[in-house]
Design a protein around this ligand. Structure first.
Ligand code: AKG
Length: 338
């Protein structure tokens, strides 16, 4: 791709050939219906047991849920969204200073998913940041727009607190100590993908991101309020998840599927694009420490249930994940006990 990013100011009249999916892999948008019963968890509820039960149910049957009254200040969310838009509106030369196709780089602008591994590209640019510990990574973040570092720092801190709180609820919902996840996952990393999906001339033929699960523990997704695009797989059908004001979408990632011995689902999800408007989303990923040993929680196999997955370190898993294309077989399948 000689243009390297899509957000270059060029208006495409036709979808370039390298983005066109084979017929059998297309999104079939007319067959997608709205997810009418997105599990919505009110974290402001005083009844902890109720929160824990609702989260457990959502993790089992959907692998994702929405949270409201989550404690993240509206102002922090608004400022994050504004500065993300501001970044993608910068002149392309400015943005390209951060361009890299190397997944091991801790701050980079890139496009599609894994440009060097994939045969068909995705209609997305993304800014990928490592966010923990902040003092290590903030100095390498974009300094333009000028408020970028300050605003994103603020957002990262509050979102991390939210994620840690949700991990406690998830531990409890599995009948484990509330600190179980935190202890097993070690000092967790935090990454962010600021996804920018430009208007696309032929959305029926391509994806912003094809169906995938997240390789990490937990994802906290902020969706553009004005433009829908997220879809989740439920009982073999793709369902659209409309953005809700003041809500985050929480996805269970592969590591929680492994820790829960397959009880909780790492949800398959994808992002579709549209002709008219650009769409933005901000995904915050909580990632186990590289050294964390992931294996089904012992209390979940004490009754004689077989451990579905073998033990592995997160570093091993992450390397495997990025060595592949996004829409291949589920990466966790490669870690199953024979
Ligand atoms: O843009 C979205 O709604 C989904 C983003 C996503 O799945 C990701 O960044 O992994």
């Amino acid at each position: 791709m000689d243009k390297r990013v899509l957000s270059s100011g060029i208006q495409y009249q036709n979808l370039p050939e390298s983005y066109v999916r084979p017929e059998s892999e297309r999104p079939r948008l007319s067959e997608v219906s709205e997810c009418e019963d997105v599990p919505t968890i009110d974290l402001g509820c005083r009844n902890r047991r109720q929160i824990v039960e609702e989260i457990g149910e959502a993790c089992k049957s959907y692998g994702f849920f929405q949270v409201i009254n989550h404690g993240v200040p509206i102002e922090a969310v608004k400022e994050m969204a504004e500065v993300a838009h501001g970044f993608f509106k910068l002149p392309v030369e400015e943005k390209l200073k951060l361009y890299s196709e190397d997944p091991s780089k801790t701050t980079r602008l890139s496009t599609s998913f894994n440009v060097n591994k994939e045969s068909v590209h995705n209609w997305r640019d993304y800014l990928r940041l490592h966010c923990y510990p902040l003092d290590k990574y903030v100095p390498e973040w974009p300094s333009n727009p000028p408020s970028f570092r300050e605003r994103v720092t603020k957002y990262c801190k509050v979102v991390r607190e939210l994620g840690m709180r949700i991990e406690e609820y998830i531990s409890e919902s599995l009948g484990l100590e509330k600190e179980y996840m935190r202890n097993v996952l070690g000092e967790q990393g935090q990454h962010m993908a600021v996804n920018y999906y430009p208007p696309c001339p032929e959305p029926e033929l391509t994806y912003g991101l094809p169906g995938h699960t997240d390789p990490n523990a937990l994802t906290i997704l902020l969706q553009d309020l004005n433009v829908a695009g997220l879809q989740v797989l439920k009982d073999g059908k793709w369902l659209a998840v409309s953005p809700q004001p003041n809500a985050f979408v929480i996805n269970i990632g592969d590591q929680l599927q492994a820790l829960s011995n397959g009880l909780y689902k790492s949800v398959w999800h994808r992002a579709v694009v549209n002709v008219e408007k650009p769409r933005l989303s901000v995904a915050s990923f909580l990632c186990p420490n590289d050294e964390a040993l992931i294996s089904p929680a012992q209390p979940l196999t004490q009754d004689g249930s077989a451990a579905i997955y073998r033990g592995f370190t997160y570093a091993e898993y992450y390397k495997k994940f990025w060595s592949r294309n996004l829409d291949e077989e589920h990466c966790l399948e490669l870690f199953k006990n024979k």
